[in-house]
Each structure stands twice: as C-alpha cells, then as structure tokens.
Ligand binder design. Structure first.
Ligand code: NI
Length: 227
C-alpha cells in the first residue's frame, strides 16, 4: 500500500499563519447574527462608503456581528451591505482547495485581479440570493489591499476559491452582485432556485443560531428586496 504523506492544513488570519484557531472565530462568538439583506434591497446595489475611523467600538462590533451573521448562514464571506451597513468592510472564513483555512476582516479593500492566472468556472452563490448556485467564470487570482480594524495595512494574495471569495466580496462594496455577471437565463434560474430553497435556507440559519445560543435573525416571509 502506498503511503501518502499529507501536509498538515494551516490557518491564516489576515494572511498570518497561526498555530491554532477555534472552530468559530472569536469575533463570531461575540457577535449577534443579523438579518442578511436580499437582492433588490437598495443597500446591496449601491457603492458603500469608506471607513474613516479605526479602532472604534462601532467598527469592532460591526465586524463581530458580520462574523456571527456569516457563520449562522454557513457562508464563507460576507460584506457589510449584506447586514444593511453601507461601509467598505468584508469578512471571510474559508477552507481552500488544499485544506488551508483563511480568516479575516478587511476594511476599505482594493481589489486587483490577476489577469495572467487561468480563469476558473465554478458554481457560485450569495447569501443575499439564498439557495441559488450558478456556474460563473472568475479570474484565477486576486490581490486585496486594505487595512485591518485598527487601520494597519493588509495585503492578501489569493488563488482559486479564495480569490473567487475576495472578488465576490470586494465587488459587493461597489454594489455589484455575482448576479450582475449572469445571463438573463441564469438570473431566471437563480431566482427559481431561490424561490424553491429560501424557506429551507432561512430555517437552517434559525436552527444554527439557536444551536450557538444566539438570538436568531428574523426574516420576512417574502424576500424584502421585492424580487
Ligand atoms: Ni454575496
């Protein structure tokens, strides 16, 4: 029998390797899960404002709540407009194709896509279009430059799934959803999937919030965005 030597997966917090890390980020444990805005709500379709004050309790609380919201929804990334806040902040907690985990909160991110990397087509979804997944081509690599919650510089290089996440989240802050990249047929298909899956997806968010001993977010019976 062949012996396979597997490398041990690592965790990177804002690009820095850490020795060990809990199943849920500390921010998530402190945060409150909020309702995730849905496609059609204006905050998702407008450019968000830059953060100008760093190290504040408000910014820390926003990031905590965004982590909790993402985790309750079993997401890998979340942008502030998805909790109804028009500020340029996103959070992520994702395990990549190699099994490495990447966690962090980026403030005022600037996205640079790597046009030399081979583009990749994979199913993509968005917590603001609950239950829908559509194949979408994305650049195979990206760099994010921005700051952390205290204003310290952040630079993150990503390929594959992590690059896809960074591109998706950074574009949210310009009011662009993955939805906007789809053909009219794909958009129709995504809404059909959403209509079929939404109630079940929202029930799952409720259940996980209860399991984590947090107050579940309340969603309207019909999508608030009116689509
Ligand atoms: Ni999204």
């Amino acid at each position: 029998m062949a012996r396979i030597f597997r490398r041990k997966p690592a965790t990177y917090v804002l690009g820095e390797r850490v020795a060990d890390y809990p199943a849920y980020a500390p921010e998530s444990m402190r945060g409150r899960p909020l309702r995730i805005t849905e496609i059609g709500e204006p905050v998702l379709h407008a450019a968000a404002r830059p953060v100008t004050q760093f190290g504040t309790a408000e910014l820390e609380r926003l990031i905590d709540d965004m982590f909790a919201t993402m985790d309750v929804a079993e997401g890998v990334g979340l942008a502030a407009p998805q909790v109804g806040v028009d500020l340029r902040v996103f959070v992520y907690d994702l395990t990549d194709d190699l099994g490495d985990r990447h966690v962090g909160a980026v403030v005022n991110p600037v996205l640079e896509v790597d046009l030399d990397a081979e583009p990749l087509t994979e199913d993509e979804g968005c917590l603001s279009v609950p239950g829908a997944y559509v194949p979408l081509e994305r650049p195979g690599g990206a760099t994010i430059r921005g700051v952390d919650k205290d204003g310290g510089p952040v630079q993150l290089e990503a390929t594959g799934y992590l690059a896809r996440c960074f591109i998706h989240e950074a574009q949210h802050l310009d009011g662009t959803l993955y939805w906007d990249h789809l053909t009219p047929e794909q958009q129709k298909d995504a809404l059909r999937q959403r209509d079929e899956q939404r109630a079940e997806v929202l029930a799952g968010r409720h259940e996980i919030a209860v399991e984590l001993e947090k107050t579940p977010p309340v969603y309207p019976a019909e999508p608030a965005g009116g689509r």
